[in-house]
Ligand binder design. Structure first.
Ligand code: HEC
Ligand code: HEC
Length: 412
């Protein structure tokens, strides 16, 4: 995408001044991000205490969880999905519909973006509230409980900023500052370094990839069709994110309770079992794979794409067989060598700053110094104008409503 015109940048600045969610100046944005960093690691919120965001989003695993399903603060409670990497999460577009022109000339509308693998949070701001109150995650009793703990935190003064006594006494305001701080933290350069070997290669350094990886890249773009969904070209962000953030049902092996994904909240029959395509950035560090952690290694994921339909016995049952995408996957006819090359290629998607952090045993990665700060990139972030895309009218639900994954008492 080309740079947004100046008018758009000005509008972004005006709107963010008017919004309580946004950080208003570069200094306020940086201060909010710094407080967000502390909240992210704070284990005092959960009930019982001891769990923070970082318990499930582990920096060493590219801020994902090496457990297939994360365990909650309450002993014995388990979520139903694999924790995603938080690298590049602040760049995921808001949940919206996009019109696509099919080869047949037919215009169709498809869902795109949104947070959580089913897109059930329309924006990142909406998303960061949920882990606090989810009974299978941090299990905070109430918004009042969260606000009380924030007021007692060592960083409370910085969180409060310029809020008056009256505003600081209001739980909603205090919690809003916390959510905003987390959003600003997740926008920090360390979560978007774009310093993997694939970036060097795409920027014109042919030696950045090995011969096997170059062969893998060719297959990724052609025979295996991976790049149709895991895009190598920039979209709304000026660098490639290796995802189109569209929704598909790959037929992941069943694991845990039946999970309707996108269809669970849109109620559309064809959308049952569909999940958002993830970025493949840092995918070598985020095993196990798929929304339910049902596949252990990258080689097996590629074998699954290659022969899902030819070896159904190997993969077992899937939750929604009737909506599986058989057009783009399941019978690719890849040779063993081609599979090896694809797996090799995915290693080139790992950010150097994460590898360096792991080597140095450092707590967090450090992005290359040339990475632009959040203020400079403000018009590119999905939250730049805080506009939540309107939802079109949804059809009547053909399936009985599914129990909510997240707690019903998640008041903002
Ligand atoms: C008990 C483990 C656990 C804790 C604690 C936790 N998360 Fe998560 N997180 C998950 C899981 C599992 C998912 C994927 C759920 C899904 O897709 O439905 C997730 C998803 C996310 C996503 C969405 C990423 C995407 O690709 O859509 C964000 C952002 C996120 N978490 C941020 C946080 C923040 C911020 C905190 C702390 C306030 C936190 N998480 C605490 C397990 C956890
Ligand atoms: C039609 C779109 C589409 C195509 C084509 C596609 N993918 Fe995916 N990919 C997805 C979706 C959707 C998911 C998430 C599915 C789920 O969690 O159930 C996914 C998940 C993955 C994952 C797991 C990532 C994680 O963090 O769990 C890997 C690895 C992957 N794809 C690699 C590939 C490779 C390699 C190819 C080419 C052989 C490919 N994909 C082709 C849409 C696609």
């Amino acid at each position: 995408m080309t740079k947004p015109p100046v008018a758009v940048l000005l509008l972004a600045a005006t709107l963010s001044q008017a919004s309580t969610k946004a950080a208003e100046t570069p200094e306020q944005q940086a201060a909010a991000a710094a407080v967000g960093r502390e909240i992210f690691q704070d284990t005092r919120f959960s009930n019982p205490v001891g769990q923070s965001c970082m318990s499930c989003h582990v920096p060493q695993s590219a801020f994902a969880d090496s457990k297939a399903l994360s365990t909650g603060a309450v002993h014995g409670r388990e979520g139903r999905r694999n924790a995603t990497s938080l690298m590049y999460a602040a760049l995921i577009p808001n949940f919206s519909q996009e019109d696509i022109l099919e080869e047949t000339g037919e215009q169709i509308w498809v869902w795109q973006g949104g947070l959580f693998q089913d897109g059930s949070s329309r924006t990142l701001y909406e998303q960061v509230k949920r882990p606090f109150f989810d009974h299978a995650e941090m299990n905070v009793c109430s918004p009042a409980d969260l606000a009380a703990k924030l007021r007692a935190a060592p960083y409370a003064r910085r969180l409060r900023g310029d809020l008056s006594d009256e505003d600081w006494a209001n739980d909603g305001n205090v919690n809003q500052r916390c959510y905003r701080a987390l959003v600003e933290f997740l926008k920090e350069p360390m979560f978007r370094p774009f310093d993997a070997r694939i970036d060097d290669y795409l920027a014109g350094s042919p030696d950045a990839l090995s011969e096997a990886e170059k062969r893998g890249l060719e297959i990724f773009k052609t025979k295996a069709k991976c790049a149709d969904c895991h895009l190598l070209i920039p979209g709304a962000w000026p660098k490639p994110l290796l995802s189109d953030y569209g929704y598909d049902n790959l037929g992941a092996p069943s694991h845990g309770p039946k999970d309707p994904g996108l269809g669970g909240h849109t109620g559309v029959a064809e959308e049952m079992g569909r999940f958002r395509a993830p970025t493949l950035r840092n995918v070598s560090l985020t095993a196990p794979y798929l929304h339910n952690g049902s596949i252990a290694t990258l080689r097996e994921v590629v074998e699954f794409y290659n022969k899902r339909d030819e070896e159904p016995g190997r993969w077992g049952k899937t939750d929604f067989p009737e909506t599986v995408n058989h057009e783009d996957s399941g019978k690719l006819g890849l040779t063993d060598q081609e599979i090896d090359d694809l797996v090799a290629l995915m290693d080139a998607f790992t950010d150097r700053s994460l590898l360096e952090m792991r080597k140095a045993n450092a707590p967090f990665p450090v992005a290359p110094s040339a990475t632009p700060d959040s203020w400079k990139m403000r018009a590119y972030f999905p939250d730049w104008n805080h506009a939540v895309p309107p939802l079109p009218p949804l059809p009547a639900r053909p399936y009985p409503p599914t129990p909510p994954y997240h707690s019903p008492n998640e008041t903002p």
